[in-house]
Design a protein around this ligand. Structure first.
Ligand SMILES: [Zn+2]
Length: 221
């Protein structure tokens, strides 16, 4: 039985005119023993809404993340690399996401609604998620206003995905996919996608798939 992370998408509660949405990763016992069905066949049968969470970025200005000051230089670099994976999917003229080149925060109260998109590193021993994204959404415009991402430091992390650690780039790439507007995929047929809900320790999945690129183009096209 391998330790894995699991990602769920939940509507928690309404916050004034905003909707607070939390997507989290938890540990589960999950053994990938099935051969997936033909992915293209699945994609052709499904509608775009089956893959999206209904809220996207404005696309008019960069959605900037501020990392916690205790992340190392390599992790901070890998945040940018992950965000670039999603940005590269966007149509010309649509702004995506970035990581601030200079700003860092020292906040430990995750999540915090303050119009600042923070990357946290809070150890949460009462929750089994490995990483979690909390979003604040404008219900009428369907635009994501703010997103905070926490990498749960109750688990071991690295920038290379050794056999007993989670890869910062891989997990952050998945969480950033929620910010872009994609939802978790729990069907084993999607095991190779970034947005697959579970992954084993040591897994590196650092590139957006062509199917996910197409989805982003459809959302923002
Ligand atoms: Zn997820």
């Amino acid at each position: 039985m391998k330790k894995s992370f699991k990602l769920k998408f939940m509507i928690m509660r309404k916050v004034s005119s905003f909707l607070l949405v939390i997507a989290f990763i938890g540990t589960i016992c999950n053994v990938h023993t099935f051969a997936g069905a033909n992915q293209n066949e699945i994609v052709n049968k499904a509608s775009v809404s089956d893959f999206t969470n209904g809220y996207k970025l404005s696309g008019k200005s960069l959605f900037t993340f501020i990392p916690h000051a205790d992340f190392g230089d390599t992790s901070i670099s890998h945040f940018n690399n992950a965000l670039y994976q999603w940005n590269a999917c966007l149509p010309t003229g649509v702004s995506g996401m970035n990581r601030s080149p200079t700003s860092r925060h020292t906040d430990t109260t995750y999540p915090r609604q303050d119009n600042i998109n923070r990357i946290y590193r809070v150890a949460n021993f009462s929750k089994t998620y490995v990483a979690q994204t909390t979003s604040w959404l404008n219900k009428s415009s369907k635009i994501r206003i703010e997103a905070d991402i926490n990498l749960n430091m109750r688990y071991k992390w690295s920038n290379g995905a050794s056999s007993d650690t989670y890869d910062v780039w891989t997990v952050f790439l998945h969480e950033a996919g929620h910010v872009m507007g994609l939802r978790d995929l729990e069907d084993i047929d999607y095991v190779n996608r970034v947005m697959y809900y579970a992954s084993t320790l040591g897994e590196k999945k650092r590139s957006v798939t062509s199917e996910e690129r197409t989805l982003i183009q459809q959302i923002y096209g």
